[in-house]
Write a protein that binds this ligand. Sequence first.
Ligand SMILES: NC(=O)c1ccc[n+]([C@@H]2O[C@H](COP(=O)([O-])OP(=O)(O)OC[C@H]3O[C@@H](n4cnc5c(N)ncnc54)[C@H](O)[C@@H]3O)[C@@H](O)[C@H]2O)c1
Length: 270
Amino acid sequence: MAYNLLKGKRGIIFGALDPNSIAWKTAERVHEEGGAFVLTNAPIAMRMGQINDLAAKTGAEVIPADATNEEDLAHLVAKATEILGGKLDFVLHSIGMSVNVRKGKAYTDENYDFTTKGWDVSALSFHKVMKSLYKADAMNEWGSIVALTYMAAQRTFPDYNDMADNKAYLESVGRSFGYFFGKEKQVRVNTISQSPTPTTAGQGVKGFDGFIAYAEKMSPLGNATAAECADYTVSLFSDLTRKVTMQNLFHDGGFSNTGVSQEVIEYFSK
Ligand SMILES: NC(=O)c1ccc[n+]([C@@H]2O[C@H](COP(=O)([O-])OP(=O)(O)OC[C@H]3O[C@@H](n4cnc5c(N)ncnc54)[C@H](O)[C@@H]3O)[C@@H](O)[C@H]2O)c1
């Protein structure tokens, strides 16, 4: 159901790779709610992905940008405001990648060049995106910036590897930049801590099937889907959440506050 929550609002959506991507579902929902946006992804992902299909469906233009490259980001922000006809109201950072995970390096045996690259892509890029928006004064007052994260920032999930550290850094950047964006530009910055979700990035984590099934059994409301995450993000982009900022918001069916569920007790009582 659509409520016109984002009518007249403009933004940038990072990270739609394929129809499973959380950013893809978010773009579809934002479009349904009347928002206009530019889609962006790393140039390499453009060749692999299907972003042009999404662009056609949502009336969006696509501007390639490597989120670790400040020049690309400055160009993206300038082009997006030009194409959309004014300052921005919302930005979604939906980017993550660990080279250590990809190459099968254990957390206890990290390759630090891989670690540095993954941190730049997954965590520092959030700072770089916000710095580009801030310097260009590209956000409207009461705008909203959201990044996606995972609970491994607070609790240990062994196979999440160095992404856990990257998410802890990302959440901290959200709080720190959120202070300055709030104080000086009346802009909100939040991170959404999402349930495990079957996407390209998610499925890269070792043992993902067991992991997602366990989370499903541990969450009183069940795992949150990518489409449900898109709904939540729309609410954070809307004018209904204007005083929510500098928060890490769990969108996980209650997983983060559940010690143990009846299903898990029964499984171990057999
Ligand atoms: N899938 C899950 O289980 C899960 C759970 C919680 C949080 N998240 C987070 O959600 C976000 C989106 O991931 P997803 O699950 O939709 O997977 P996805 O693989 O569809 O999206 C990840 C995106 O990051 C983009 N990317 C990688 N390097 C980039 C770069 N240098 N510049 C710009 N973009 C780059 C990829 O091209 C891709 O579009 C990530 O931050 C991820 O960590 C995912």
